[in-house]
Design a protein around this ligand. Structure first.
Ligand SMILES: [Mn+2]
Length: 287
């Protein structure tokens, strides 16, 4: 066994020893979570799904005691043992009692669900693909971990399981259940609970269509859209307007996403981090 294989075996052991699986709630996180839960003979109800605005690294995060399997949340300092699997730039080195599996820097990018297929070698490729396509779009199909999957069904499923987390109380656990309980994506799409996910998609789209009509305040190098929505619509609103208002940086600021906070997404422009902070302060959005 080479060093990589030894590391993956350690990761698999840590996954099986964890007190709970804590997946991120987008398609990649949920698909990675489904791979983990199946390997542990657990169901969707066993996963820890954190409320909006909370991460597993936040002090006081509502987590059970013991070692954890933290999937697709990034790699940051964690004050307990466990395994962390992720593809973003790691922000902390693992402790002795932690195993980090990171694909950061790999080309092409390997999202967490595809990375989990290395930790759990008998993971179904369609689950790796739901995550990869959720994060990367159709480019995800090119990963070796996703070879041979039915593309139309995977794309549809990725869109459906991505929707609930964007609503204030969306059926995230239902989305996870569909991924854990079925053996192929066509079966998952026939599950009657798909209706709940379709409804979540529709509700989100209606809210997006409403707020994307907000009139922007347009300056020379920046534009601001400010609105209030309980849905996670600000990233796509910023993306949509940055195409129309290029080369400006576009900020979409949402007053209704978390109580007492302004959540915003920025797209486009060429501002450095310093310039960006000044811009945010000037727009009166700084905390
Ligand atoms: Mn991801």
């Amino acid at each position: 066994m080479n060093a990589v294989d030894v590391h993956l075996v350690r990761a698999r052991q840590a996954l099986l020893n964890a007190a709970a699986v804590v997946p991120h709630t987008d398609a990649d996180g949920l698909a990675a979570g489904a791979i983990a839960l199946r390997a542990r003979d657990e169901g969707a109800s066993d996963a820890v799904l954190l409320p909006r605005g909370t991460t597993p690294f936040a002090p006081g995060a509502p987590l059970p005691g013991g070692p954890l399997a933290i999937l697709d949340w990034g790699v940051r300092e964690l004050d307990r043992p466990g395994v962390l699997v992720d593809h973003h730039l790691p922000e902390a080195a693992p402790r002795e009692d932690q195993v980090v599996v990171s694909s950061y820097g790999e080309e092409p990018e390997v999202p967490t669900a595809a990375l989990m297929a290395r930790v759990v070698p008998d993971a179904p490729p369609w689950l790796a693909a739901v995550g990869a396509v959720g994060d990367l779009g159709p480019a995800g199909f090119a990963l070796p971990e996703c070879a041979g999957v039915p593309r139309a069904a995977v794309r549809r499923l990725a869109g459906l399981v991505n929707a609930p987390r964007r609503l204030p109380d969306g059926p995230v656990r239902t989305a996870l259940a569909l991924l854990v309980e079925h053996d192929d994506p066509a079966d998952a799409l026939l599950d009657p609970r798909v209706d709940e996910l379709e409804e979540a998609k529709r509700a989100w789209k209606a809210e997006f269509d409403r707020v994307v009509r907000t009139a922007p305040v347009v300056g020379e190098d920046a534009a601001l859209l400010r609105f209030s929505s309980p849905c996670q619509v600000h990233p796509l609103v910023a993306t949509t307007w940055s195409r129309r208002l290029a080369p400006r940086v576009v900020l979409a600021a949402n007053d209704g996403y978390l109580p007492g906070r302004v959540n915003f997404a920025a797209r486009g422009g060429t501002a450095s981090p310093d310039e960006f902070e000044r811009l945010v302060a000037r727009l009166g959005l700084a905390a």
